[in-house]
Write a protein that binds this ligand. Structure first.
Ligand code: ADP
Length: 634
């Protein structure tokens, strides 16, 4: 894979190939970001600023890492003639292995996921790029060759590394002596992209995208040594382009909407706009500043990656310490992005200390409160915006119903459901909406949980409710059945599943059917045929059209959930549902007269099997089912 050549200084130049997938990502990225070229600058400045943060943090323990060069900053230069743009930082730098791992492997393990997640929609795809950490490669949108020279702070001067690539499949590596620690990137601009080798242009891009970065970004100009003298020699003078004050440290009144938004792009890697943000300063015996963002769109892996949490940067007295989402945000708020800057945590705080620190718990409680307050306000004042939030993050927020019991009622207020009230499956009805619409004599909130929206909406369990015009909430997210197991009361009102237990209240309301007409013996016979598949067979008060349905005890897990857990290899105690039969149904009438024992058994089986199918289940013996149906059809 590698070929070796030797350069003048006799250091080895080795050539490497990118992984096959990396080439593809690179091509896609260059293509999908073409209309948004200048973002390469934001990505590279962002990397530089991260590298400065990392050095400042490492130097807390060992300030010799600064190597006498503690004036942390980023430099940007261009050369019109050569057609290059240079971005330089005196941050942490990288050693050779890090260059190979971080730069030589595009997006690392994220590459495949990135390819899978591409939608073909340019704007959406552009948003994905940051999430998968291919930020550095955005340089190839404008450059046809990139030279990265770097040395890790504290390493020997001879341990510098030069990486170079044309972005077309391979790269070269070379070891060389570097006086200064940090990283320098030279972009050799493509033909047609010369506009970027222009100070004015670069300055305007930096102020647009990176004004809020907490380190100075410097550019240079040639000034005459003697201003009076026309022929004076010139010298290079560096000046600051950005404000270089960490955005969150400024008073709210001094920050514009645009500044908040670009800062969001910087910390989240999301190119889109945030849905909202919350900027607060807490004073007192614990002082800290928080700037939290709720994104508009969910990151691709949010539901899957419960454990891989990032996006809340912890600073202590302006020094970046670590990403502390895990320690400072509960799982169910893992979509929140932002910055916490504490005045009181010790600078040498570790993850472990943070995990157990009462101060961290206090900060977490404060953040949770602020996020919930904000969501409540949004739900109240801007339902449309809240709906966007709910559609993207509702499923994650639902985890809080179990994870954060003390806040359960607050979170419950924020839940939105699909309902028999609407034809669409959009989740837009709140529990308060439900309560305000229900009949005065209706005590409970009714819901059904099923595998998918259609199974919920068409469940036979809803029949009597639709006849009596009682609204039922339709739950079909994976998490719902689990959540409802922990959520029995909203305020004073009970939540009840239409598929579980007795319909006590409903039963009284429904027109009482004439039980005496029903042959108890018939139920016993059906029960005998079905054996331990069912716990009981009885007359139903829920069905108006269907012939049968399955019913669970109040505390039993819905059947679709039981199936899911069994598939996942979880042993569950055997629980057989009860079979309820509609005594008014023609099949039942037929059975009353059926003399043939075998046909009676077939009818009994079919009643059971159709109840299973109606709630989305799978039959143990589908061929037997077909056989029975055919027998009765001819
Ligand atoms: P991301 O920044 O999202 O991780 P990048 O492709 O931009 O993805 O960078 C990959 C990695 O390369 C970074 O995580 C960092 O470790 C390293 N890196 C990039 N630029 C620099 C730099 N200027 N100084 C030090 N390390 C850097």
């Amino acid at each position: 894979m590698t070929t070796e050549t030797t350069d003048k200084k006799s250091s080895k130049v080795e050539n490497f190939e990118f992984q096959a997938e990396a080439k593809q990502v690179l091509q896609l990225m260059i293509h999908s970001l073409y209309s948004n070229k200048e973002i390469f600058m934001r990505e590279l400045v962002s990397n530089g600023s991260d590298a400065l943060d990392k050095l400042r943090f490492a130097a807390l323990a060992d300030d010799s890492l600064y190597e006498g060069d503690g004036d942390l900053h980023i430099e940007v230069e261009c050369d019109k003639e050569a057609g290059t743009v240079t971005i330089r930082d005196n941050g942490i730098g990288m050693d050779r292995d890090e260059v190979i791992n971080n730069i030589g492997t595009i997006a690392r393990s994220g590459t495949r996921k990135f390819l899978e997640a591409l939608s073909g929609d340019e704007k959406k795809d552009a948003n994905l790029i940051g999430q998968f950490g291919v930020g550095f490669y955005s340089s190839f949108i404008v450059a046809d060759k990139v030279t990265l020279t770097t040395r890790k702070a504290g390493d020997d001067k001879s341990a510098g590394t030069r990486w170079e690539s044309a972005g077309d499949g391979d790269y070269s590596l070379e070891t060389l002596e570097l006086e200064k620690h940090g990283t320098e990137l030279v972009l050799h601009l493509k033909e047609g992209e010369e506009e970027f080798a222009n100070d004015m242009q670069l300055r305007s891009i930096i102020t647009r995208y990176s004004d809020h970065i907490g380190f100075p970004i410097k550019m240079s100009e040639e000034v005459k040594i003697d201003e009076e003298d026309e022929n004076s020699a010139t010298k290079t003078e560096w000046y600051d382009v950005n404000k270089a004050s960490a955005l969150w440290t400024l008073p709210k009144s001094e920050i514009s909407e645009d500044e908040y938004k670009t800062f969001y792009n910087h910390i989240s890697h999301d190119f889109g706009e945030p849905l909202t943000w919350i900027h607060n300063r807490v004073e007192g015996n614990q002082s800290y500043t928080s700037l939290l963002y709720i994104p508009t769109e969910a990151p691709v892996n949010m539901l899957v990656n419960r454990e891989d949490r990032q996006g809340l940067k912890l600073y202590i007295k302006r020094v970046f310490i670590m990403d502390a989402a895990e320690q400072l945000l509960p799982h169910y708020l893992r979509f929140v992005r932002g910055v916490i800057d504490s005045d009181d945590l010790p600078l040498n705080v570790s993850r472990e200390i943070l995990q157990d620190s009462p101060l961290a718990r206090k900060i977490q409680a404060g953040l949770v409160k602020r996020v919930l307050d904000t969501l409540e306000k949004m739900a109240k004042n801007d339902a449309e915006k809240y709906q966007v939030f709910w559609d993207n993050f509702g499923q994650v927020l639902k985890e809080g119903m179990v994870e954060d019991m003390p806040n359960q009622q607050r979170i419950a207020k924020l839940l939105r459901f699909a309902s028999t009230r609407n034809d669409a499956d959009t989740q837009s009805i709140s529990l308060d909406d439900y309560i305000s619409e229900k009949a005065e004599d209706q005590d409970d909130i009714w819901y059904i949980s099923a595998d998918n929206p259609a199974a919920a909406r068409h469940s036979p369990h809803l029949e009597v409710f639709s006849r009596d015009k009682v609204e039922v909430l339709l739950l079909s997210d994976r998490i719902d059945e689990w959540m409802m197991g922990y959520f029995r009361q909203y305020g004073e009102v009970n939540l009840k599943s239409v598929a579980k237990g007795d319909l006590s209240k409903k039963e009284d309301d429904a027109e009482t059917k004439d039980d005496s007409a029903v042959d108890e013996l018939l139920y016993t016979r059906i029960a005998e045929v079905l054996g331990d598949k069912v716990s009981a067979v009885k007359a139903s008060k829920r069905l108006t059209e269907s012939a049968s349905c399955l019913i669970l005890d109040e505390n039993e897990m819905a059947l679709h959930m039981q199936r899911l857990m069994e598939q996942a290899g979880q042993a569950l105690p055997h629980s057989a549902p009860a079979l309820e039969i509609n005594p008014e149904h023609a099949i039942f009438k037929k059975m009353e007269k059926e003399q043939d024992v075998e046909r009676f058994a077939d009818y009994s089986q079919l009643l059971y099997e159709q109840a299973i199918l109606a709630e989305g289940g799978q039959l143990e013996d589908p061929a037997g089912f077909v056989h029975r149906i055919n027998k009765l059809l001819v």
